[in-house]
Design a protein around this ligand. Structure first.
Ligand SMILES: [Fe+2]
Ligand SMILES: [Fe+2]
Length: 268
């Protein structure tokens, strides 16, 4: 089975770029299942129901979140009513929605979960390693795909090595910077420290660089998201063996979608 995973989608441009390219990518890589980290879809922070709907309608099978899971409080109104949305599983003070979901992918069980890291993060969470033990015990016959949302590459690597041979894939999110360490670990777990992001092609964390400079250097204005610009899509394609539930390969994608391809799209 091939799983296509997109890093943090930032704003409507990121959503539009996925809408524009997803059908082609599914055909090109013979993808069976698509996951998107949607924690920044709503104007850079959080996820509106309309963003979730657009991603699902575009062909996405599962949307994961991160530390911005509640940046748009509207999520309280819909998180219990949707069936393809995974919030961080190890939150201590939020129990709406699901922290992991099991999908049937061509007869193979695929459990997708989202874990928040503990280094340089402010959310109150339980240990990702202990939480994962509970999830693994609940599904004895599944393949596991983990979106590990954290700041520290070392923490993500430690988790992946700890579970090497038990989890099909551990992919990092949150830094919005794609790392060059994608590989299959010795016992068969596919790993990358960070998949990257989907949004403005030239950006800082997905936001316009000039607006970041004026905000952080001069204390003026606010972070901006532009829509009439080229977009970047950062993703990985992971091939999982249906028998061993471990991975054969992980391929990194870093694509630029020209604004001409997006401009005039009814959704932009
Ligand atoms: Fe993010
Ligand atoms: Fe994040």
């Amino acid at each position: 089975m091939k799983v296509l995973f997109f890093g943090d989608v930032v704003g409507r441009l990121g959503v539009a770029a996925i809408e524009a390219r997803l059908p082609t990518l599914i055909r090109q890589y013979q993808v069976d299942f698509v996951i998107v980290n949607g924690e920044n879809a709503a104007k850079g922070r959080g996820l509106f129901y309309s963003d979730y709907q657009r991603l699902i309608q575009a062909g996405v099978d599962c949307v994961t979140l991160g530390n911005h899971y509640h940046s748009k409080s509207q999520i309280d109104d819909y998180i219990d009513d949707v069936d393809r949305l995974v919030r961080p599983a190890n939150l201590l003070h939020y129990d709406q929605g699901e922290g992991y979901l099991c999908f049937d992918v061509g007869g193979t069980e695929l459990v997708v979960t989202n874990l928040l890291g503990q280094s340089f993060m402010t959310e109150e969470v339980s240990s990702p390693i202990l939480k994962m033990q509970d999830i693994l015990a609940e599904y004895p016959n599944a393949a596991f795909f983990v979106d590990y949302h954290g700041e520290a590459t070392s923490e993500k690597g430690l988790f992946a090595h700890f579970y090497d041979g038990a989890i099909a894939a551990v992919v990092g999110t949150h830094t919005h910077v794609q790392t060059a360490d994608g590989r299959v670990l010795p016992k068969g777990t596919a790993f990358i420290s960070d998949v990257g992001y989907c949004g403005m092609a030239e950006s800082i964390l997905g936001f316009q660089p000039e607006s970041a400079i004026s905000t952080f250097v001069y204390g003026e204005g606010h972070l901006k998201l532009l829509e009439d610009v080229d977009a970047r899509l950062n993703a990985v394609v992971v091939e999982i063996d249906e028998t061993t539930h471990l991975s054969k390969s992980i391929e990194t994608l870093n694509l630029v979608v020209r604004k001409e391809e997006l401009h005039g799209e009814e959704n932009l």
